[in-house]
Design a protein around this ligand. Structure first.
Ligand code: ATP
Length: 616
């Protein structure tokens, strides 16, 4: 079992290297080559140093001979030392510079894999805490992992090359010195690895705490919640909750760090004992007369360097193995196939208005059928929709009403193919809606959700994203804005349609709730879709805007089908058909008059609201 997971981690490491190569093949090779040259430079400097030492000793004992013990004259040796040291230093410096560039490309590449995966994830996944835990971990560690691994690998390779050269050099001096020195890295590798494993387990367990702290921090420093936090005097309370979570985390980390220190201390001690043994062997060899002074000096330097490289390699390897865990998650999220690296991974500036942005093109339906649909949210036993059946025919305006939590928004999301039913089926002209949608948008569907997006884009783009293929069509954007009754407001902004919407942005302005709702409506109207879903479109609108919306919907009707969710009976009474939801069931349907005649729940709700407006 263990060896299987080790093998899996090794293949993850290979995948990380492939990912680094895919992010910048030329750069990756150049970095490897430069680090290799730097590593060879260290070994070369050591060999030449030994030669220089031999030269000096020989010229001292054989004065006047001018360097009799070695083949090369002293000046040429010194020139060679300068060249080798300079080349090594240059290669190391250039390697670090290119490494930085490679790192940026890997960050871009990894970030894109995560964002692509998040874009592809189904709405159902967004409803599960596991998905968010994983995203949090990947955001914090996973995106860095390919980078950390790719950063560590050239250094690891450089350490291995240097170590290889030093091992050969030491083996020539004495066959025991090299294996003993390399052995000194093993205790450190074992302790480092155990620490990495524990760190990963800790990160897994602490993700919910991390997310809650992040949420509290977002509440405290976000403009969206700033007014409520102040109005309720929540600041200190939230800060205490945040500090408490930090205290819990720090307490756990303290215990863990104690274990880390103990483990590392044992590893370092055993490593030091092994190294002492090496020096004892060296001493013995000198005493036995098996090593001369220059060989002993070179051996001392080589042992120190080799021990240092072996320890570096051990810690790089341990850290790399930890990152392999995060990388595994990262790859599972992205469904990333390292063997199928993209043909071109160069970051390319997106050209506005090009391509269909992944939206599927379909014919308008003649009937949208909801057939005995049941639905429950992931992880929740209770059905939110229970045996719901009805059919919407093309050109109808259908309103959905019901108490809070009766399932209206959920039903609207199923109508748009955003969730698959647990049983039953939603069919767009006999085609299962969820499969037809396939996780992408349909060009024939336009939606304005209750919690519509307020994007930090210009006013034009906030409307234009309703149909990204036409995002540059300013005339059509202005037309949609006029229909939604927001054109004059936008025109009065500092830079009209080019004004960024968001007070947090330089030159940006914020809009009122109702104005934002009109922007969302304009976005919907800008999309040339035959099926429109409006979830609480009038919630923030004033009476005049609401009346205007009715006119707009009446104008929209031609060739379009509209589903309207609202609590305002003034909005829904004009619908061709009204569906009444209660506790996830469709309990009544018909026109306003038919439902009043029926004297059921709709009639009761309508009278209750009408009473509120009636003169007392
Ligand atoms: N993502 C979710 N995960 C779990 N439960 C959910 C989720 N979204 C909604 N629910 C639950 O499903 C039920 C129906 O919610 P829904 O939003 O469809 O009601 P609604 O009729 O649109 O309510 P409202 O009138 O308040 O907008 C509620 O009990 C709600 O708690």
């Amino acid at each position: 079992m263990r060896s299987r997971s080790e093998r899996a981690r090794l293949s993850t490491l290979v995948a990380a290297v492939r990912m680094a190569a895919a992010a910048g093949r030329g750069l990756f090779v150049a970095v490897l080559a430069l680090f290799a040259v730097a590593a060879v430079g260290i070994v070369g400097a050591l060999v030449l140093g030994q030669e220089v030492l031999a030269h000096l000793i020989a010229s001292d004992t054989d004065s006047g001979a001018g360097g009799g013990g070695t083949v090369w004259p002293l000046w040429s040796l010194l020139v060679a030392v300068v060249v080798v040291v300079a080349a090594g230093a240059f290669a190391a410096a250039a390697g670090v510079g290119l490494h930085r560039m490679l790192a940026e490309r890997i960050m871009w590449y990894a970030g894109r894999v995560v964002l692509e995966a998040a874009t592809r994830a189904s709405l159902r996944e967004f409803d599960t805490p596991e998905f968010h835990d994983r995203i949090q971990r990947i955001r914090r560690r996973g995106v860095d992992s390919p980078l950390m691994i790719a950063m560590a690998v050239p250094q690891l390779i450089a350490a291995v090359i240097t170590s290889g050269g030093l091992v050969i050099g030491l083996a020539v001096i004495d066959p025991w010195l090299a294996p003993l020195t390399v052995l000194s890295g093993i205790p450190l590798w074992l302790s480092g690895r155990a620490n990495s494993e524990e760190m990963y387990t800790f990160t897994l367990g602490s993700t919910p705490n991390d997310r809650t702290r992040q949420h509290l921090a977002d509440i405290l420093d976000s403009r969206r919640t700033a007014a409520e936090v102040r109005a309720f005097g929540l600041g200190d309370h939230l800060l205490r909750r945040w500090s408490k979570l930090w205290a819990e985390r720090l307490a756990e980390i303290r215990v863990m760090v104690r274990r880390f220190v103990r483990r590392s201390a044992v590893g370092s001690l055993v490593s030091a004992v092994v190294l002492c043994t090496v020096f004892a062997v060296l001493l013995l060899l000198i005493q036995l007369g098996r090593l001369d002074v220059e060989a002993a000096a070179a051996a001392c330097v080589a042992v120190v360097l080799l021990a240092n490289r072996a320890q570096q390699a051990a810690s790089h390897l341990a850290a790399t193995m930890e990152h392999a865990h995060y990388l595994e998650e990262f790859m599972q999220l992205g469904g990333h196939q390292p063997d199928a690296a993209p043909a071109s991974v160069a970051p390319v500036a997106e050209s506005t208005g090009a391509g269909r942005a992944g939206v599927r093109s379909v014919e308008p339906f003649s009937a949208l059928e909801v057939d005995d649909v049941c639905f429950a949210y992931p992880g929740i036993q209770r059905n939110v929709l229970e045996s719901v059946s009805f059919t919407i025919t093309a050109g109808e305006v259908v309103a959905i009403v019901g108490q809070n939590g009766s399932g209206k928004t959920t039903l609207a999301k199923l109508l748009c193919g955003l969730y698959p039913p647990c049983s039953g089926q939603v069919r767009w002209d006999n085609q299962p809606m969820y499969e037809l949608m396939g996780g992408r948008g349909l060009d024939q569907i336009g939606v304005a959700f209750q919690d519509f997006g307020r994007y930090w884009f210009t006013a034009a783009d906030n409307i234009g994203i309703g149909d990204v293929d036409r995002i540059g069509d300013r005339l059509a954007i202005a037309r949609a804005a006029k229909e939604a009754g927001i054109h004059d407001v936008v025109r009065s902004l500092p830079t009209s349609y080019d004004t960024p919407l968001g007070a947090e942005l330089t030159g940006g302005v914020d809009l009122s709730g109702g104005q934002w709702q009109r922007i969302a409506l304009a976005r919907l109207l800008f999309r040339r879709a035959s099926f429109l879903v409006l979830d609480e479109p009038t919630a923030s609108l004033d009476a005049e805007a609401e009346a205007q919306l009715f006119d707009t919907i009446a104008n929209l009707r031609h060739g379009r089908t509209v589903v309207l969710i609202s609590h305002r009976f003034s909005t829904i009474r004009a619908a061709d058909r009204i569906l009444v939801m209660h506790d996830g069931r469709l309990i009544e349907q018909g026109s306003h008059d038919q439902l009043l005649d029926k004297a059921g729940r709709y009639a009761a709700m309508y009278r209750l609201q009408a009473q509120a407006y009636a003169p007392t």
